[in-house]
Ligand binder design. Structure first.
Ligand SMILES: Nc1ncnc2c1ncn2[C@@H]1O[C@H](COP(=O)(O)OP(=O)(O)OP(=O)(O)O)[C@@H](O)[C@H]1O
Length: 204
């Protein structure tokens, strides 16, 4: 995994549908830490994650990865950044394993097997996602975290639909990412139980 020190949001302003969502937001996010974007429904949490992922252009401001402006390093960005959006992009007609192979074409059979086992998805390996429950489909989407060596994880509501065991499993995966020097920025309306999160607050 590539090693970095910080991701800096400098004076970021976001507008959507002619509404100001955030104005002049500046944050220095340190690798090895988890940042939770907090705010009411509609405050702009998902929009901010999209801006960081390079999927939405801010009206103002810049993002730096260490001392490089991200715009200039865009060709490097997708390799180092894993974004899992709210609509987490699982293909419902494909099986669990086919979905994983779509997103992680280079993953070995052993690693896929191990990820599926940890996520309690092994019995469903050859089942189309449309036949799974919402929580199981969410686990399929999250399996990319088990196969990722990206330094930056941007996760929109990763805990939604997960049961107690699934939440604990995901929190321990996030802890591993922090321990190996990665950065996690996520949105969730729930408190994290095991991880000391730094807050990025958005107000309406
Ligand atoms: N594609 C879009 N076009 C125009 N406006 C949008 C679009 N998507 C979201 N918005 C608006 O941007 C605002 C912020 O939306 P966003 O999804 O970022 O909020 P959020 O804080 O993540 O909300 P929630 O907690 O409900 O998930 C909302 O007022 C919403 O109506």
């Amino acid at each position: 995994m590539q090693s970095y020190v910080s991701l800096t949001l400098s004076n970021i302003s976001i507008e959507r549908g002619e509404r100001d969502l955030c104005k002049g937001l500046s944050v220095v996010a340190q690798f090895g830490r988890l940042y939770q974007i907090v705010g009411e429904n509609g405050a702009g949490k998902s929009s901010l994650l999209k801006v960081i992922a390079g999927l939405l252009r801010p009206v103002e401001g810049e993002i730096f990865l260490d001392d490089k402006v991200i715009g200039a390093a865009m060709n490097q960005w997708p390799q180092d950044c894993l974004y899992l959006g709210h609509q987490y992009g699982v293909k419902r007609l494909l099986t669990v394993e086919e979905n994983i192979r779509c997103y992680c074409p280079n993953a070995s059979r052993e690693n896929i097997h191990s990820a599926l086992a940890q996520l309690d998805l092994l019995p469903y390996q050859n089942t189309p996602v449309k036949q799974l429950s919402a929580g199981q489909a969410k686990r399929v989407a999250l399996s990319r975290l088990w196969l990722s060596d990206q330094a930056i994880w941007l996760l929109d509501e990763p805990f939604s639909s997960l049961d107690v065991k699934g939440r604990a499993l995901l929190e321990s995966k996030l802890e591993q990412q922090l321990k190996r020097g990665g950065l996690v920025i996520l949105t969730t309306h729930q408190a994290l139980l095991r991880i000391d999160a730094q807050s990025i607050e958005l107000t309406l």
